[in-house]
Design a protein around this ligand. Structure first.
Ligand code: GLU
Length: 310
């Protein structure tokens, strides 16, 4: 039997000594203040067992990982109609890139790049006011994680509001193509609050259980089995910006990263995994987070390409 507790502890220990820790994001000022030596790892298993190491209970800014939860809510609201306004292809470009929007007429490549997530927020605001959409998101992640202590970090949301010039450009540009219905500041305000969700690795791994379990948690259905499979497929193909192919190659599991240094990864039927280390690689993904997941996948044999996966 695999000694998961031992593997998790060993990986966390190895990460403490890693010299190449990446660079902490600085374009959102409060993120720049997070110490680069933080490292947390949490595994929540299909049978409910939990394995934690390092700073697994310390909340951090989930940033783009919230795009998974926003997509889930938007699909719940409008179903496949969403795909008229956002694609399902890897972008091969940076998380905040604008270049493809010109040739692709304001339709973002996928819901996991900033432009795509901004459209997803706009879709949610078709039925809700910003305050309601933010409340819905907070209730959703609290319910998924079974933890009412999860909050949105207002300082981070405010800092993004003050510095989010790129996101403002993306939103305005998409609006010029008719792919944004709401007022830009309202849509972005909602988007920034989603990004500013603060969660620990434990909370994030618990929140990811529905994607590990074919859409249900403790007998409670969150999404259909088919939808869970498809969200996982998008995480696999688009979850790491222009690093998505490399992540699939090295780790072989669906995952979604955020510039706060977190990654949520799913071993379907086996485990929901969250890792956090604030230093990022050149593509904006956690340097040690990816390395830790690579070692975890190697030592456990978990991969969606593994013939013996359940
Ligand atoms: N809030 C960040 C932004 O909009 C999210 C980016 C990320 O986590 O990749 O720039």
């Amino acid at each position: 039997m695999t000694d998961l507790a031992g593997i998790v502890a060993a990986i966390a220990d190895e990460m403490r000594w890693e010299g190449q820790r990446g660079v902490v994001a600085s374009y959102i000022p409060p993120l720049a203040a997070v110490p680069a030596d933080k490292f947390g790892l949490a595994l929540v298993m299909a049978d409910g067992a939990v394995h934690l190491a390092g700073d697994a209970d310390e909340p951090f800014s989930v940033q783009s990982i919230s795009k998974v939860f926003a997509l889930t809510l938007a699909l719940g609201a409008v179903g496949d109609q969403l795909w008229a306004r956002v694609g399902r292809e890897p972008s091969g470009t940076a998380f905040n890139s604008i270049v493809q929007l010109e040739t692709e007429h304001g339709i973002p490549r996928n819901p996991f790049i900033n432009a795509g997530a901004i459209v997803v927020c706009d879709v949610l605001l078709g039925r809700l006011r910003p305050r309601e959409a933010i409340g819905q998101m907070l209730r959703f992640v609290r319910e998924l994680a079974g933890d009412d202590a999860i909050v949105i970090d207002d300082d981070v949301a405010r800092a993004e509001q003050e510095t989010g010039f790129r996101n403002r450009a993306l939103a305005n540009y998409m609006r010029s193509f008719g792919n944004l219905n709401g007022e830009v500041e309202r849509v972005l305000g909602t988007y920034f609050h989603f990004c500013a969700l603060a969660m620990s690795c434990r909370q994030l791994a618990l929140a990811g259980r529905y994607l590990m379990n074919g859409g249900a948690v403790d007998g409670h259905r969150i999404v259909t089995e088919n939808r869970a499979r498809r969200i996982n497929a998008l995480m696999m193909s688009c979850g790491h910006y222009d690093n998505s192919g490399d992540f699939a190659y090295r780790i072989g599991l669906p995952g979604k990263s955020g510039v706060g240094g977190g990654i949520l990864a799913i071993a379907p039927g086996i485990a929901s995994i969250a890792v956090w280390s604030p230093g990022l690689n050149a593509a904006g993904n956690s340097q040690l987070g990816q390395l830790a997941l690579e070692r975890l996948a190697q030592r456990t044999g978990w991969s969606v390409f593994e013939p013996r996966m359940p």
